[in-house]
Ligand binder design. Sequence first.
Ligand code: NAP
Length: 360
Amino acid sequence: MKQFSVGIIGATGMVGQRLLTLLENHPWFNVKILAASPSSAGKKYKDATSGRWAMKTPLPEKFAEMVILDAAADKEKIAAEVDFVFCAVNMPKAEIKALEEAYAKLECPVMSNNSAFRMADDVPMIIPEINPEHAEIIASQRARLGTKRGFIAVKSNCSIQSYVPAFHPLMEEFEVTKATVCTYQAISGAGKTFETMPEIVDNVIPFIGGEDEKSEIEPLKIWGKISDGKIIPAVSPIISAQCYRVPVTDGHMAAVSVSFKRKPTKEQMIKIWREYEGEPQKLGLPSAPKHFLYYFDEDNRPQTKLDRDLENGMAVSIGRLREDSIFDYKFVCLSHNTLRGAAGGGVLMAELLAAKGYFD
Ligand code: NAP
């Protein structure tokens, strides 16, 4: 496979740090540039992240001495030096849109972890095992932007990456019509640790701004179809979501109830989950888990602490499938929010697009 030079915009943040740990020894992607806000620009990476390195593994040595660039002021230089960038920044939405579009227009593709463009109808929001075909919309986006190779692709919100993977393989044959979802979300999803979010210790906070709405709407785009240069969102299933912040470091769990147009048996559901393969598995992408979905037979699994790291945090776990008194079934799902749900999902999306020639 061809080698690609990569920049990380927002390299000092929680997702940026995770991207660096994932890309340290990546077989295709070589990190050449680190960028962040003007307050980090000009500093060595080890100094800019001093006291806020939040990963369990040490800061990779090869990045420690790299000098951080200014994501906005140095964008021409960055776009000229790399084949594409990952972007994970904490800025107002309008500023993120302007920044990402500027990179795309400089012919530098953007793999975005941010929400700013998620609902744009010509920006693909890709979960590689579920809707890889949405990459085809890139041609329409390039036509709108007037670019030859520049484009923006986004990954979805981390909260939906536990239950959407579980619904997806059942959609065609049995059609999920409605679902309720209650998520128990880790503090790293807010870019926080227990040191920076002491109010979460011994506590549950029943509000994450905008998260209920995103958790209901984003799945419909994922299951949408391309028509006339736009991604037209699906109209079902109807999803009702409640998103809670809980005192765990990493891992978003979702308690789900679902109804189907044609009710499957439990055995059919478990077999389909265990056998499901997406395009990343078929293509053997470097970050793809061997098995995307794991079903646990044990009554007390999956557990956040025990199971979030399954297959390097890229697999999704499911358990406790049982009849529901209002819907057809209920079950629980778990995914690692900063791996599958953020940085890892972004790297897998980039691998998919690289394999399909979108960075050539
Ligand atoms: P974070 O830890 O707060 O990091 C924010 C990053 O943005 C830092 O690198 C920061 O640089 C940079 N930044 C802030 N203002 C900037 C500016 N004006 N110009 C350039 N860079 C600027 O945030 P995070 O948790 O990594 O999240 C980053 C993005 O990913 C957000 O859009 C978030 O919604 C999304 N996301 C996060 C997760 C998760 O699990 N954490 C999951 C999915 C999506 P400085 O250090 O220089 O300030």
